[in-house]
Ligand binder design. Structure first.
Ligand code: SF4
Length: 282
């Protein structure tokens, strides 16, 4: 197993803030991808406070090799109170930018797109000047499902490619690279700001990463995040490489040079980490 280099180490931050946020979330039976995916930025984000709310339960129907979220063929029942509870919590925390993601629910009609739409609506009905970013699954390419989410007018539509096409069979076996690019392309055609992200350190080459950046540009993507893959549990894929900070810089410069508006690239960059920066044009 590879040794963790200094630049890939991060402290958790003040336990009190972490605890405070977790009790608010549990009180309302809410999940976050921050907790389920064991994100290294959780201390920093929960202290702000900010969080990425995860809807449709915390059990997924897919088996991505990098992800520590529980997987089962029969996940949790959809919580009808979830949209209102998220709106209430976002208001209580004074959030200006809220990110909504979900596990993938291939077992549900339209993959749970209705719950995304209801959650966007509940937030926008209860909080005036808030920006809503959704980080969605691919809805198995179901265009009607995608339309339900887009018609709810999220401010940012995010869908991660996660890795390069040659690694899909091990990293995200139930997904399809071209299908994910098409999801982003359709969201762009609907006039929403689009965003996507990948992890590096799973065995990809530099040229493969640059090809993904070119494909994202071609799909009209506005913003891209590139972060270091960190192994969440022993059941997950091994880290093949701790990518050097200079290489992250190279990806950032290359992305901007080919015309991507926003490129966030660094070991701890995650799809919704510092998401509010995007809106502030940073
Ligand atoms: S689709 Fe993959 S990454 Fe997303 S929650 Fe399910 S297993 Fe994790």
């Amino acid at each position: 197993m590879k040794r963790l280099p200094s630049w890939a180490k991060k402290t958790l931050g003040p336990a009190s803030k972490l605890h405070e946020m977790k009790s608010i979330l549990r009180k309302r039976n809410l999940h976050t991808v921050c907790e389920s995916a064991r994100c290294p930025n959780i201390g920093e984000c929960f202290s702000k406070p900010t969080a990425t709310f995860m809807i449709l339960g915390d059990v997924c129907t897919r088996t991505c090799g990098f992800c520590s979220i529980e997987k089962k063929a029969d996940p949790l029942l959809v919580d009808p109170h979830e949209p209102a509870n998220i709106a209430l919590t976002a208001k209580e925390l004074g959030l200006k930018h809220v990110v909504i993601t979900s596990v993938t629910r291939d077992d549900l009609p339209n993959g749970g797109a209705d719950q995304f739409a209801l959650t966007i609506k509940a937030i926008k009905d209860n909080i005036s000047d808030i920006l809503v970013e959704v980080l969605t699954p691919d809805f198995e390419g179901d265009q009607e499902a995608l339309k339900i989410v887009l018609d709810a007018r999220p401010d940012i539509f995010n869908h991660n490619l996660e890795t390069v096409p040659s690694l899909y069979s091990v990293v995200r076996p139930q997904a399809d690279y071209q299908r994910s690019l098409d999801v982003l392309g359709r969201a762009k055609q609907a006039g929403v700001m689009t965003k996507s992200g990948i992890m590096v350190g799973l065995g990809e080459t530099k040229e493969e990463v640059k090809e993904v950046l070119r494909d994202l540009l071609a799909s009209g993507c506005d913003a891209v995040t590139i972060g270091q893959y960190l192994r969440p549990t022993r059941n997950n894929l091994e880290v093949r490489e701790y990518v050097e900070p200079e290489v992250f810089k190279e990806y950032e410069e290359y992305g901007k040079a080919i015309g991507l508006k926003y490129v966030y690239s660094g070991p701890f960059v995650r799809s919704s980490y510092n998401a509010e920066q995007l809106i502030n044009g940073k």
